[in-house]
Design a protein around this ligand. Structure first.
Ligand SMILES: *[C@@H]1O[C@H](CO)[C@@H](O)[C@H](O)[C@H]1NC(C)=O
Length: 218
């Protein structure tokens, strides 16, 4: 019984992810709608701050000159500049991030349910790639040098790896004020509560004990 319930929720999760992959941020109906972070109004996005109270600071973010701390198991750190960091992005359908990579660090396979991502390397060299939908699951991959640009289409699973012995830095632009991120490993093996190991053992054609071992890492 529990197994069926888990499978059901797995499909619901997959379906909603699929639908969200085709969404994009709605067009604004005014010059700007700076996020009012104190509002309790529930809307798609965030409620607008009174325009007469809006200041230049609402369109400003400071800090992308600072390297992210890459001392973690992946050896990478994303510094987001999304609507939560920059309230003026609300309703504008755009955002950005800085990504730092330790030597041979990775930004693990993940997807943005609401955004296409365009990425440029500003320091070091990165291998990047994305995989297309079923049934082909084609991998498109390339090694990027400083100044090179690569695009990850909305919803597709992608990754980056620093293929050098020095730190690497990339800047990404994203087509949503809140792109969302689903890290595949965390979502599949580190969900809360966990997906039954029986489901994952069959899905990945591996022993349940291996599933338990992977789940213990998340
Ligand atoms: C970076 O993160 C590690 C692990 O959390 C921590 O031990 C270290 O102090 C951090 N370094 C800086 C400069 O914040």
């Amino acid at each position: 019984m529990a197994k069926h319930v888990t499978i059901f929720f797995f499909f619901v999760a997959l379906t909603s992810c699929y639908i969200a992959s085709f969404a994009s941020d709605p067009m604004p109906l005014q010059d700007f709608c700076v996020a009012d972070t104190t509002s309790t109004v529930i809307v798609n996005g965030l409620a607008c701050k009174d325009p007469s109270l809006v200041k230049a600071e609402d369109f400003f973010f400071c800090g992308l000159s600072m390297p992210g701390n890459t001392t973690n198991s992946f050896g990478s750190k994303v510094t987001p500049v999304f609507v939560n960091q920059l309230p003026g992005l609300n309703t504008l359908g755009i955002s950005m991030a800085r990504i730092d990579y330790a030597p041979w660090g990775i930004n693990p396979p993940h997807t943005h349910p609401r955004a296409t991502e365009i990425l440029t390397v500003i320091e070091g060299s990165l291998q990047v790639g994305f995989v297309t939908s079923n049934p082909d699951n084609r991998l498109f991959t390339k090694v990027l040098q400083k100044g090179d640009v690569f695009v990850f289409p909305i919803g597709l699973i992608h990754f980056q790896r620093n293929v050098g012995n020095t730190n690497a830095v990339a800047i990404a632009g994203l087509s949503s004020q809140a792109p969302g991120v689903i890290t595949i490993g965390n979502a599949v093996f580190g969900s809360n509560p966990l997906i039954d190991n029986d489901v994952l053992a069959k899905a990945f054609q591996i022993d349940k004990s291996i599933v338990d071992q992977i789940q213990s890492k998340f």
